[in-house]
Design a protein. Structure first.
Length: 139
């Protein structure tokens, strides 16, 4: 019998993992994020989170020039989560230049689904993040 982790009463709830830069990575990241959000009792934001993380991961992979994709989701407040997707092993130029959304890679959805989001460069590569609101706030 498999058991699910219980929501943590102290500190932020956090999940992170790394994946190869392959087309199937978006699907695996979606499944993993959904599992953890459901475990934390945040069922109301699962479908939106799946679309957002899929688009963030796909954007990095479609741009190419990344070897690995890291995905992190953190429950930052009782009613908020932040998803961070980082591509490493490639160029450090930002994924969206000049702040304009690139709808050819799915980024046009992110501003419509999340209250805040951003892009940037890290020493290892590119970083994209998005915040999600949830109405289920029991920490």
């Amino acid at each position: 019998m498999s058991t699910m982790p219980y929501p943590s009463p102290v500190g932020p709830q956090r999940y992170s993992d790394s994946y190869p830069s392959e087309p199937r990575t978006a699907r695996q990241a979606r499944e993993d994020i959904a599992l953890y959000l459901r475990t934390w009792g945040l069922d109301d934001c699962v479908e939106t989170a799946k679309v957002v993380v899929s688009d963030l991961v796909t954007h990095l992979i479609m741009l190419g020039d990344v070897d690995e994709v890291s995905v992190e989701v953190t429950r930052t407040e009782a009613t908020a989560v932040r998803m961070i997707v980082t591509g490493s092993g490639g160029s450090s130029r930002p994924a969206v230049e000049g702040g304009a959304a690139d709808d050819s890679c799915g980024m046009f959805l992110i501003p419509r689904l999340t209250p805040t989001w951003g892009v940037g460069a890290t020493p290892e590569g590119r970083r994209l993040w998005a915040d999600l609101a949830t109405s289920q706030g029991n920490l």
